[in-house]
Design a binder for this molecule. Structure first.
Ligand code: HSE
Length: 389
C-alpha cells in the first residue's frame, strides 16, 4: 500500500481525488499495490463531504507521518506552498505539483532539496495542464539540442480569444465563462496579462537548456491591450492571433524567452488550436518539429498529469528522477538581438519592403523589436505585433 496526501482542495486537488477514485483499480494494477488517499489538507471544513475521514488542517500531521509516501501540492501561489513543499521534501516525502508559479520561481532550490533527500519533485502538470510535455522534453528528446520551444500555454486566454472571435462574446463574459469552467487563476490577471504563460515558458526553457530563466527577467505582454480590429484584419489575411510563449537558443548558445500575442499563419499547426486547448511545438536538431496538444487547464486534465507523476514518483522511489537546472541562463537582449517579421496597422503608406494586407495593415520583414518600434513610430502605426514565421 502506498499513501498519498493532497494539500489544497481546490480545482486541481479535488480533480486528483476524483481521478484516484475513478481509476483506483487500474492505478493499483500499474503500481503493483493500492494507492490510498491518506490525507486532504485544506483550511476549508470538509466534514460534510465524502472526504471527512481524511481531512486535516495541520500540515505537521503529514510531515510527521512515516507512512506517507507522496504529497500532492495543489495549494497554488509561492508562500504557504513553498513552506510546505520545502518541509515535505525535507521530511523525505516525494512531492508532485501543478504549481507553475512555485516551480518557475523556486524550482531550482526545491529540486536541490529533493536531490539531497533522494526524493522526487515532479511537476508535469505545471505546463500544458493534461498534456505530457515536460517528461518528453527532458527524457524522450534528450538526444537533441533543443533549438526552440513555442506554444499556446494558457488555456484561459486561448478560451477568451476563441469565444470573442468565433462566438462574438465580449471579453468580460468570456473571462467569466473561463472562471466558471475552472480554467482561470484565482487572480485572472495572471492569465490575461501573460504572467501564467511567462512562468510556463520559463519552466520549459529551464528544462530544455538546463539553465534557470526567471519570469521577472523576460518580456511579457498579455491580451489586455489587444485590439479586436487586428484580430479581424489578421483573419482576413490568413493569420490567427494567438498568445504565445516562445523560447529560443540563439547561435553561440545564448537564450531568449518572451510572451506576446502573435500573428500565426493559418497553416501553422498552432493556428487552429482553440478553446482551452494548448499546443507546444518543440524543435530539436535531430527530430525536427514535434507538437504536443491537449487540454491545458481544468480539474481532470490537470489531475491526469498529477496522478501520472504520483505513479512515476512511487515507481522511482529508490532511484529518483534526475532533473533540474543550474545557474542562470545567459539571456540575449530581446529588443536588439532577436529578429522576426512584424505586423503594423495604421493607414499609412506601406514601405516598399512590406507586404500589404487589406485593412490598412502591413507585414514588415524580419527585424528586431527596437527596429520595429522605431518603424511603427515613424509610420504612426496604431498596432504592432510579432509574426510567427
Ligand atoms: N490558468 C491556467 C490556464 C491554468 O488558463 O492555462 C492551467 O495552468
Amino acid at each position: 500500500m502506498a499513501n498519498v496526501a493532497i494539500m489544497g482542495f481546490g480545482t486541481v486537488g479535488s480533480g486528483v481525488a476524483e481521478v484516484l477514485r475513478m481509476n483506483g483499480e487500474s492505478i493499483a494494477r500499474k503500481l503493483g499495490e493500492p494507492l490510498r488517499l491518506q490525507y486532504i489538507l485544506d483550511v476549508r471544513d470538509l466534514s460534510a463531504t465524502e472526504y471527512a475521514g481524511v481531512a486535516v488542517k495541520d500540515f505537521s500531521v503529514l510531515e510527521s507521518d512515516p507512512n506517507l509516501d507522496v504529497v500532492v501540492e495543489s495549494i497554488g501561489g509561492a508562500k504557504v506552498a513553498l513552506d510546505f513543499t520545502r518541509r515535505a521534501l525535507l521530511a523525505g516525502k516525494h512531492v508532485v505539483t501543478s504549481n507553475k508559479e512555485l516551480v518557475a520561481a523556486h524550482g531550482k532550490e526545491l529540486l536541490a532539496i529533493a536531490r539531497e533527500k533522494n526524493v522526487n519533485y515532479l511537476f508535469e502538470a505545471s505546463v500544458g495542464g493534461g498534456i505530457p510535455v515536460l517528461r518528453p522534453l527532458f527524457q524522450c528528446l534528450a538526444g537533441n539540442q533543443i533549438e526552440e520551444v513555442v506554444g499556446i500555454l494558457n488555456g484561459t486566454t486561448n478560451y477568451i480569444l476563441t469565444r470573442m472571435v468565433k462566438g462574438g462574446v465580449p471579453f468580460g463574459e468570456a473571462l467569466q465563462e473561463a472562471q466558471a469552467k475552472g480554467y482561470a487563476e484565482q487572480n485572472p490577471a495572471a492569465d490575461v496579462e501573460g504572467l501564467d504563460a511567462g512562468r510556463k515558458i520559463c519552466i520549459l526553457s529551464d528544462l530544455a537548456w538546463g539553465k534557470e530563466v526567471r519570469p521577472e527577467a523576460i518580456s511579457i505582454r498579455g491580451i489586455s491591450d489587444l485590439d479586436l480590429e487586428d484580430v479581424a484584419v489578421a483573419d482576413r489575411a490568413g493569420y490567427r492571433v494567438k498568445l504565445l510563449g516562445r523560447a529560443l537558443r540563439l547561435p553561440g548558445g545564448r537564450q531568449a524567452a518572451y510572451v506576446s500575442p502573435h500573428l500565426v499563419p493559418a497553416d501553422c499547426p498552432v493556428a487552429p488550436v482553440d478553446d482551452v486547448f494548448n499546443a507546444i511545438m518543440v524543435r530539436g536538431n535531430a527530430v525536427g518539429d514535434v507538437m504536443f496538444y491537449g487540454r491545458g487547464a481544468g480539474d481532470l486534465p490537470t489531475a491526469s498529469a498529477v496522478v501520472g507523476d504520483v505513479l512515476d514518483a512511487l515507481q522511482h522511489r529508490d532511484q529518483r528522477r534526475d532533473l533540474g537546472w543550474s545557474e542562470s541562463a545567459d539571456l540575449a537582449d530581446l529588443e536588439t538581438e532577436v529578429s522576426m517579421p512584424w505586423y503594423l496597422r495604421g493607414g499609412f503608406e506601406a514601405p516598399a519592403d512590406c507586404r500589404t494586407l487589406s485593412g490598412g495593415a502591413v507585414i514588415a520583414p524580419a527585424m528586431t523589436g527596437r527596429e520595429a518600434r522605431a518603424l511603427a513610430g515613424r509610420l504612426g502605426a496604431k498596432a504592432l505585433l510579432p509574426v510567427l514565421e
